[in-house]
Write a protein that binds this ligand. Structure first.
Ligand code: MTE
Ligand code: MO
Length: 422
């Protein structure tokens, strides 16, 4: 009997066949397109064109052609974008694995190359399968293990996405017509009495086993298993986009730096003050000063002095690239546009700003905001949240909060703001 995986009769599951592969393929065609688009948008939201500090892929060249000024409306834009990106990515893992399983006999098929076209197709498949696994693995590791590859996640995931997507487009152009044809023909056969339940014939070596074992499940049953797996992952992930009891359903989501407890600061904490080396001494009323610089000079303000300025409120979420987000919190503080006005700008003509934290080491201690973000009346240097002064873990004495922006731009423990076009 067939002992070599290059022999079609080595593969004996009755589930394999064009129907199973086509259904999964069509699901991935839609799902992965959404992942790619939301992924590119997520990168644009970092303001990578603005300053070298924000730019995680400085050698991207032409691949950054699409970058644009990320808007501040609607204020939940990044929360939605990243919630979809991460939740959908995790949900599709069983579908991806099942799809790969369904076509694995092809990997061993002999001769390895029948023609030049076949060689090219196999190379594109290598990039496709390798790229897909690479993107899913780096994405999941980033979400789960807190930047396993510090600083290098972004270039890996970004370049990986382009390599993968190029192969994906080639593959989709080559295969979508056959997938749709397969599904349509099977549907017609089922509708008409003639339906034999046979798999449609294929031009290339068949995925249907010529030597099947006794079936342990139907193809529909197998698809139900994949769908059930996806549903389970979805159900244990999606809660991280909400606060309160719903977040506790997110069994698979990472749990953040600290238990936020209840009360005004009772929402997700990513990095605690202690973990970032922020001491109570340097944030005390006597010691801490905000240093604001612009064309008309430098202004130093204590927290008490900031509280004397006109204060404004905005209800805004925090939404992290890792896919978790909070519901809207009530932030109160000084408008960024009014801080620009202290150092020589008209509020309506406020420029970009570089924000630096007290934090001395580690990632995310500096971030640049674009002029459209600075000018928005809801963009604040927040001093309070939900009616109380910020807690140390949420950025006391002052933190940035900007509508529609990724959490990483909401710098905590702000020490210095430098206004001017970046
Ligand atoms: N100084 C400083 N600010 C920071 C960070 C940081 O590590 N250091 N993390 C950022 C990231 S990635 C996110 S998602 C938010 C999380 O805010 P939270 O901990 O209040 O929920 O803070 C941002 N501000
Ligand atoms: Mo984040």
């Amino acid at each position: 009997m067939a002992r070599s995986p290059s022999s079609p009769s080595f593969w004996r599951s009755t589930v394999r066949g064009p129907w199973f592969t086509s259904v999964l393929g069509v699901v991935l065609l839609g799902g992965i397109t959404v992942l790619f688009v939301t992924g590119l948008l997520s990168y644009a939201a970092y303001n990578p064109g603005l300053s070298p500090v924000n730019d995680k892929t400085p050698d991207k060249g032409l691949l950054g052609f699409y970058l644009f000024a990320w808007p501040t409306h609607p204020y939940w834009l990044y929360r939605l974008n990243q919630g979809v990106h991460v939740t959908l990515g995790i949900t599709l893992v069983p579908v991806l694995l099942a799809k790969l399983w369904s076509v694995v006999p092809r990997l061993f098929q002999l001769p390895p190359a029948r023609s030049l076209a076949h060689v090219l197709e196999r190379i594109s498949l290598l990039l496709l399968v390798g790229g897909a696994l690479f993107e899913f693995v780096t994405g999941v590791l980033n979400v789960q293990l807190d930047y396993l590859f510090p600083g290098s996640f972004y270039p890996l995931h970004f370049y990986g996405a382009w390599v993968f997507f190029a192969a994906f487009v080639v593959h989709a152009v080559l295969k979508t017509p056959a997938a749709v044809r397969n599904l349509r023909r099977l549907r017609e056969e089922r509708a008409g009495e003639a339906g034999s339940g046979e798999e449609p014939a294929e031009a290339v070596p068949s995925l249907v086993s010529p030597n099947p074992v006794a079936p342990t499940t139907s193809r529909r049953g197998a698809l139900g298993l994949v769908g059930g797996g996806s549903l389970l992952l979805f159900g244990t992930t999606v809660g991280q986009n909400f606060d309160g009891p719903l977040r506790r359903t997110a069994l698979l989501a990472p749990h953040g730096g600290a238990d936020p407890g209840s009360g005004p600061g009772g929402f997700q904490i990513n990095k605690t003050a202690v973990s970032r080396g922020i001491s109570a001494a340097e944030t005390s009323e006597e010691v801490w000063r905000l240093v604001v610089t612009g064309p008309s000079g430098t202004v130093r303000l204590s927290r008490a002095e900031l509280l004397e300025l006109p204060l404004h409120s905005a209800a805004l979420p925090i939404a992290c690239v890792e896919g978790w987000s909070t519901s809207d919190q009530w932030w109160r503080g000084v408008r960024l546009r009014n801080l620009a006005a202290l150092v020589g700008y008209e509020a309506d003509a406020a420029p970009d700003v570089m924000v630096e934290s007290l934090q001395r080491r580690g990632a995310f201690r500096r971030a640049a905001l674009r002029s459209n973000q600075v000018r928005d009346v809801r963009s604040l240097l927040a001093l309070d949240v939900n009616g109380e002064p910020l807690t140390p873990d949420h950025g006391y004495p002052a933190r940035i909060i900007v509508p529609a922006a990724p959490g990483v731009l909401n710098t905590k423990w702000v020490a210095r703001m430098t206004f001017g076009d970046l």
